[in-house]
Design a protein around this ligand. Structure first.
Ligand code: ADP
Ligand code: MG
Length: 238
């Protein structure tokens, strides 16, 4: 598990500031959802935690230690993307193993982790398939499996369910909540979907135009939205 802290985090692209000094603590072991309209900066913020995007200012800390100068692989976080990002020329088993090859793990340890992740996600029967032989739901399971095998301190999800049909999306929400309970890891989950945020989060961060509007539990935000934006966005009575 891990506590992630952002301090005065800024991000500009080509001189245009899109993240305006964010202070946020993501508690150890929480399921924290970052929610807000398209373009508000959710992915950029997540990518800065992961180390996939440089900060223009401020700090990122894990368990109190600065990590914004560390490579993504050294941060103990694993990211799951909306696009799955599987390697098309590798089968599922190879995709699951790929990120572990240079971690100096014993062959037996790698195999054990792959079997465990495949068991949790119920994809044992798919291990020999290539990504083009998988459904969207199966692909997303593999993408999540690729994060699980790393045994990260924190999982970072960027709209992982938005390419799935409505029925499967609802099913996978439940599975991700179970996964959180089972793995006891910190999870940061980005979505533009209010229902997803309200049903999955133990803590919600509402973002708008690169700033935080409000942080709280789903019930707190629904019952006591701080402003009209939060109330409207979450569909609560204003
Ligand atoms: P969200 O994930 O909430 O939809 P993003 O984090 O993708 O939002 O984008 C936030 C803002 O930053 C948007 O205005 C977007 O156009 C801009 N942006 C994101 N990535 C880049 C980039 N690589 N170059 C220029 N602008 C970017
Ligand atoms: Mg995004």
């Amino acid at each position: 598990m891990a506590e992630i802290e952002l301090k005065s985090v800024l991000k500009s692209f080509q001189g245009l500031e899109v993240i305006h000094g964010i202070d946020l603590t993501i508690p150890d072991g929480s399921f924290t959802v970052l929610v807000g309209p398209s373009g508000c900066g959710k992915s950029t913020l997540l990518r800065m935690m992961a180390g996939l995007e440089e900060l223009s200012g401020g700090e990122v800390r894990i368990d109190g230690d600065r990590c914004d100068h560390l490579l993504p692989s050294a941060r103990g976080m694993a990211m799951v993307f909306q696009s799955y990002a599987l390697y098309p020329h590798m089968n599922v088993e190879q995709n699951l193993k790929f990120g572990l090859e240079n971690q100096r793990l014993a062959r037996s340890e790698i195999d054990a982790r792959v079997r465990k992740a495949a068991g949790i996600l119920q994809i044992e029967h798919l291990l020999a398939r290539r990504p083009n032989q998988l459904s969207g739901g199966q692909s997303q399971r593999v993408a999540i499996g690729r994060a699980i095998v790393k045994e990260p301190k924190a999982f970072l999800f960027d709209e992982p369910l938005s390419n799935l049909d409505a029925e499967l999306r609802v099913k996978m929400r439940g599975e991700l909540i179970s996964l959180h309970q089972r793995l006891d890891a910190t999870m940061v989950y980005v979505t533009h979907d209010q229902v997803e945020a309200m049903t999955m989060a133990d803590r919600i961060v509402v973002l708008n135009e690169g700033t935080i509007e409000q942080v709280g539990s789903p019930i707190e935000l629904y019952a006591r939205p701080r402003n009209i934006f939060v109330a409207r966005f979450l569909g609560a009575p204003a």
